[in-house]
Write a protein that binds this ligand. Structure first.
Ligand SMILES: Cc1cc2nc3c(=O)[nH]c(=O)nc-3n(C[C@H](O)[C@H](O)[C@H](O)COP(=O)(O)OP(=O)(O)OC[C@H]3O[C@@H](n4cnc5c(N)ncnc54)[C@H](O)[C@@H]3O)c2cc1C
Length: 477
């Protein structure tokens, strides 16, 4: 692949917007801006990415509409969610996770029916290729888990796969798993669709509004939230602040291991409309840690790096940002070579149109951090998405609502509670290594449940894997 011809793209470049000349009283880091028109709300959601918008949508559907979403950037869904590839996969090795993903897909199907505002959801199906006998065994495990959850999928032949994606060499696959209800969507459009429906029911969204502190009563109950645009009295705060979810939790005294890990993919230059059509299924080649989908006559290709770069969230503060990311061409060209060798040589005959990257957050046990904490009344988590924050958003929104409104939530929702990270039971170094290991072993043969059993044991190091920190990262740029 011709990476020298690649275009450049820097993430975290907040879109500019002309500010209105209105009375301004509250100082911000970048200047001043207008006070919020509201002084109270029942529920405040911090963060207007895919998760914050999905939670707002789910609350509105559940009849909770006295809700504000506060986003510090000038536009919603402009940070991690804007970078996502939009892949929506339901095949997992844990039935609860399959069901959560199935709920998301059911929601996307419903939202797509609206012709004017929709997430551009394409239910094209997905193909997962096994190159080893061990992977074939894993596919069998996945089949039984998906059957238990009620998800349709199964093994198909090479010729069937070829009909779905002509030009791809499937002959090297020992087994091909087909899930007809998977697909992909446009993450920004998804957030805007959630917002559209939530606003219709009365939820309000404010951008350029950064949360700075949270006030608790003497019995540790949420009372109000302070922003650069004023104070809002509220009973409940939902933390959907992505790579800042650690900092928002810290405002109420919770120490949570929410670890940003760098992720990236590229979109190739055009391969021609005869070669690539938007109806082609999403492709996953776990033995090469790769995922692929069609994108306007081009290939979108990303992967999970065996030695990932992670951040300690304490290295930047609430008003700051994680470091900007430059394209890592050696890693990206390795993705292209892995795809070209034996599967799709055409990818190396064109250049790169664009690179996307960001800092999705991971947790030491690979599970979301979601729901209530016993330590602070009215404080709810919706973070640590382990790179499922777009595909899982509707399911996560549903579970947040369950945690908030249901006095006895399901065992699965309880298992995601932030309280599993009790003070004194874990250390930062180990937690960061574990979370990075979840990223690095994303497509490894171990099941989600096996991974989670390793939670915070011993020194937390991902076996046999070299630690790569942001300091080393700056050297390889
Ligand atoms: C390259 C890449 C590809 C990916 N591909 C996929 C994919 O195919 N499928 C998938 O499901 N996931 C994918 N992901 C992961 C996905 O992007 C994340 O899981 C998801 O975007 C997380 O959403 P979020 O709302 O939690 O975070 P964000 O989108 O980062 O939103 C958090 C928001 O909180 C705001 N905020 C922070 N602090 C404050 C404050 N003090 N006050 C007010 N607002 C605040 C931020 O400005 C931000 O807008 C990918 C990620 C990357 C980087």
């Amino acid at each position: 692949m011709n990476f020298l011809r690649a275009s450049t793209f820097t993430s975290f470049s907040a879109s500019s917007r002309l500010r209105q000349k209105l009375p301004r009283t509250f100082a911000t880091i970048s200047g001043v801006c207008e006070p919020l028109p509201r002084e109270s709300a029942e529920i405040v959601i911090v963060g207007g990415g895919a998760i914050g918008c999905a939670v707002a949508f789910s609350l509105a559907r559940a009849g909770k509409t006295n809700v504000l979403v506060l986003e510090k950037e000038p536009s919603l869904s402009s940070v991690t969610s804007a970078q996502a590839a939009g892949l929506v996969g339901q095949v997992r090795t844990n039935a609860d996770r399959v069901k959560l993903a199935m709920w998301s897909v059911a929601t996307f199907n419903e939202l797509q029916k609206n012709e004017e505002v929709n997430p551009n959801w394409r239910q094209v199906g997905s193909l997962r290729l096994a190159e080893t006998e061990e992977r074939v065994e894993e596919f069998k495990l996945m089949e039984s888990v998906c059957k238990e959850a009620g998800l349709e999928m199964g093994i198909i032949s090479v010729s069937e796969a070829k009909r779905k994606w002509p030009g791809m060499k499937f002959e090297n696959a020992k087994a091909i798993l087909w899930c007809p209800t998977d697909g992909y969507l446009q993450p920004y459009d998804l957030s805007m669709t959630y917002k559209h429906h939530a606003r219709q029911k009365g939820v309000q969204f404010y951008t350029d509004c950064s949360v700075q502190s949270i006030e608790l009563s003497p019995i540790k109950q949420v009372q109000s939230i302070t922003t650069n645009r004023g104070i809002i009295k509220c009973e409940t705060i939902i933390n959907a602040a992505g790579a800042h979810a650690y900092h928002i939790a810290k405002l109420v005294g919770l120490e949570l291991p929410i670890i940003p890990v760098r992720h990236q993919y590229f979109i190739s230059e055009s391969l021609g409309k005869d070669a690539i059509q938007p109806t082609m299924p999403v492709l996953r080649i776990p033995d090469r840690t790769l995922y692929v989908r069609a994108d306007v006559n081009s290939i979108l290709c990303g992967g999970w790096e065996p030695t990932a770069m992670s951040l300690d969230p304490r290295s930047y503060d609430l008003s700051g940002r994680p470091p900007g990311i430059q394209e890592d061409w050696p890693v990206l060209s390795n993705f292209a070579n892995l795809l070209a060798e034996g599967f799709y040589p055409q990818v190396n005959q064109v250049g790169v149109r664009r690179v996307f990257n960001g800092w999705p957050t991971f947790t030491p046990d690979g599970k979301f951090i979601l729901g209530r904490t016993k330590k602070v009344g009215g404080f709810i988590m919706a973070g640590g998405c382990n790179a499922h924050g777009v595909s899982g958003s509707a399911g996560i929104g549903r579970h947040v609502v369950e945690s908030l409104l249901n006095k006895n939530p399901s065992d699965y929702v309880k298992s995601l509670s932030p309280d599993r990270f009790e003070d004194g039971t874990w250390q930062w170094d180990a937690a960061q290594n574990k979370a990075r290991g979840v990223y690095e072993t994303y497509y490894d043969l171990s099941s989600d449940s096996l991974k989670s059993q390793n939670i915070l044991s011993s020194d937390g190091k991902a076996q046999g894997r070299e630690q790569r920190t942001v300091q080393q990262y700056s050297k390889v740029m």
